[in-house]
Design a protein around this ligand. Structure first.
Ligand SMILES: Cc1cc2nc3c(=O)[nH]c(=O)nc-3n(C[C@H](O)[C@H](O)[C@H](O)COP(=O)(O)OP(=O)(O)OC[C@H]3O[C@@H](n4cnc5c(N)ncnc54)[C@H](O)[C@@H]3O)c2cc1C
Length: 392
């Protein structure tokens, strides 16, 4: 059995921790934020991740905390006309052998953290790693006043990963000339239209918006993405004045009631990060956003971190020998590389389609969507490789 140190108690770090602990490893997690840290944001979990969480008895908790969208309504953001409805709900559940859920990110973190606590994982909060080293016999994590030795380190420290920068590479990512804004608004302040059991997807010229209800439909989560030539940093926590968004999306008349209710708004830039072929170096490996940040156009960030964790768990299950070989790390990154790359590319294609500027191409895209809407099975079949795919 190995002594494993995990950096980051996000969705990836907690998932990996609880899976590896159930197969008998000793797991310690270090998180730079305090335990009380809260990020006001919704997150979507698709069937490919739910089938994995089911293996660890977490599906019921997700069902209790999550909203269960019955359809995705695609809407022309300029005219407010519905283009088509893509079925989710029981239809998708049968097809992919698990449902789709939308949650507050904090609720998903709590579900994973409670399970980690139940099985005896130590999580150290307010513990930012400032450096890490390795030699042939151990890896060492360095904190401001302390250090921790272990057999393996999992860098699950998110998009601005220190582990990636220190151990793998430190090249600047490519700004995609797109930015995203997000906000949460109490449902009672909005027309009922926004708190139905639906995901709403509004398309426009050079922009799109996604909204869905969370927290027993008491809140509605909004993400607004748009093309933007001015560079903007990647930081989930930066606040901007709501007026900026109102101006940029003033052509989305269907959202005018929404703009009036925005009290707090965050903005971040979207970047393209190269995905490495090998996700490990000796005793240190990467997982989740630290390794492969994915654009939000397929809502796969959290689900892919859960898939990474499960594949790592499978690969380590049969490799608990003290005379370890790094074969299982190679197996882990080989098994994940192609799928994650394919998802990254598909997400980029969605960015292109969702933001079409040419009115004729946009019309063709909407007509194709409308036609495909008469054959729901056909649309879902297109995504079969994502939602039926993955390790389980
Ligand atoms: C505050 C926040 C807001 C987010 N908002 C959105 C959003 O609006 N839309 C979206 O699609 N995705 C969002 N995400 C990302 C989404 O949650 C991830 O894509 C997905 O869950 C993958 O998870 P991860 O565990 O790989 O990374 P993350 O969820 O980013 O988790 C990484 C964890 O590592 C911790 N960490 C970082 N550096 C250190 C260090 N040096 N020492 C110790 N701990 C460290 C971080 O505090 C964080 O808890 C957000 C993530 C965070 C942390």
């Amino acid at each position: 059995m190995f002594n494993i140190g995990i950096i980051g108690a996000g969705i990836g770090g907690l998932s990996a921790g609880l899976m590896l602990k159930t197969s008998g490893h000793q797991v310690t997690i270090f998180e730079k934020q305090p335990a009380s840290f809260s990020s006001g944001v919704g997150i979507q979990i698709s069937s490919n991740a739910i089938r994995i969480l089911r293996e660890f008895d977490l599906e019921d908790d997700i069902i209790k905390s999550g909203n269960y969208p019955l359809v995705v309504d695609c809407i022309n953001g300029h005219s407010a006309k519905k283009i088509t409805s893509i079925p989710l709900g029981d239809y998708a559940r049968k097809k992919f052998n698990a449902g789709f859920y939308q949650l507050h990110r904090n609720d998903l973190i709590s579900i994973l953290k409670n399970k980690a606590d139940d099985i005896g994982i130590k999580i150290h909060y307010n513990s930012a790693i400032i450096d890490l080293l390795q030699n042939s016999s151990k890896a060492t994590l360095r904190f401001e006043k302390d250090q921790f030795d272990c057999d393996f380190v999992i860098g699950a420290d998110g998009i601005n990963s220190l582990v990636r920068k220190k151990i793998f590479f430190d090249k600047p990512p490519n700004f995609l000339k797109q930015v995203a804004y997000r906000t949460l608004i109490p449902s009672k302040k909005l027309p009922e239209f926004f708190s139905q059991d639906k995901t709403l997807l509004f398309f426009g010229s050079g922009k799109h918006v996604v909204s869905y209800p969370i927290k027993d439909k008491s809140l509605v989560n909004f993400v607004f993405c748009m093309d933007s030539h001015s560079f903007y940093d990647h930081d989930w926590t930066k606040q901007v004045p709501p007026l900026e968004l109102c101006k940029n999306f003033s052509d989305f008349l269907v959202l005018k009631d929404v703009f009036q209710e925005i009290k707090s708004l965050k903005k971040w830039g979207l970047f393209d990060y190269p995905i490495m072929k090998e996700w490990y170096k000796n005793r240190i490996l990467l997982l989740g956003d630290a390794c492969h940040p994915i654009l939000p156009y397929l809502a796969q960030g959290a689900s892919q971190a859960i898939e990474d964790s499960y594949v790592l768990y499978q690969c380590m299950k049969n490799n608990c020998d003290e005379d370890y070989s790094t074969d299982f790390l190679k197996e882990y990154s080989d098994k994940r590389y192609l799928r994650v790359n394919k998802i990254k590319k598909a997400s980029k294609q969605n960015a292109f389609l969702y933001h079409l500027r040419n009115p004729i191409l946009r019309l063709v895209f909407h007509l194709l969507l409308k036609t495909a809407g008469y054959f729901p099975n056909f649309i879902l079949q297109r995504f079969n490789w994502i939602y039926s795919g993955g390790p389980l």
